[in-house]
Design a protein around this ligand. Sequence first.
Ligand code: NAP
Length: 238
Amino acid sequence: MTENKIALVTGANKGIGKEIARQLAEAGYQVLLGSRDLARGEEAAKDLPGTTAIQLTVTDPASVQAAADRIAAEFGRLDVLINNAAIIPEGDSGVADVGADALRAGFETNVVGLVAVTQALLPLLRKAEQARIVNLSSSLASLAIVGDPSSRMSTVRTVGYNATKAAVNMVTVMLANELRGTGILVNAADPGNCATDMGGWDAARTPAQGAAVAVHLATLLADGPTGTSYAEEGQLPW
Ligand SMILES: NC(=O)c1ccc[n+]([C@@H]2O[C@H](COP(=O)([O-])OP(=O)(O)OC[C@H]3O[C@@H](n4cnc5c(N)ncnc54)[C@H](OP(=O)(O)O)[C@@H]3O)[C@@H](O)[C@H]2O)c1
């Protein structure tokens, strides 16, 4: 068993996930950099001392189980799980126009995949002293924010993304309730609009700024919150 805390970040070969991996490694964590294309994960890990790539496709149950088995065999526990992997499905649109395939694809990766990864790793998270689970969410998931007609977020027509992230918020609250009293804290992080393949390269925030919110929640002390959603400016409304 290593002395370092062990963290797994899904979808960490690029973007905000890669930055979360970098910041956790710099904080002394041994970071497993989940990547559905192992070669791209290994390429990313080369830049990041303290990280190792691991093949992980969140929508493939065999891949999820293989990753959990490897972590069990190598470390026997997991201290931090960052559910970062997500998509904006192709053809995403407003509710009036969205296709069923786009909706299904969004839920398959962003919700079903996230829950599958979490379930596979829960036994190992329970073996850590004070595990942390962080689910990447978005202000586009907030009913309060999107429901405010004066908000810029109310004009974004991506129900296949927004609805899945709202579901991620519910998963976060429910899992926090299920794990209350175990020492495991579960929270959602909104990185803000960051310059990545998903966020658009003209976005104002850097992936490192977005990552910091998730890293903060991953490193909460024992008296930290659970079942909440945080952005850089503080707690977000649901
Ligand atoms: N960027 C923003 O402005 C912003 C704002 C709010 C919230 N977020 C959230 O922050 C997180 C990271 O976003 P990002 O901007 O860094 O996105 P990104 O650059 O598009 O990276 C997404 C990552 O998820 C991986 N991924 C997608 N489907 C997967 C699957 N089935 N199995 C495993 N990995 C999969 C991708 O792998 P491949 O490289 O193989 O495609 C990639 O590594 C997401 O949860 C996103 O919703 C982002």
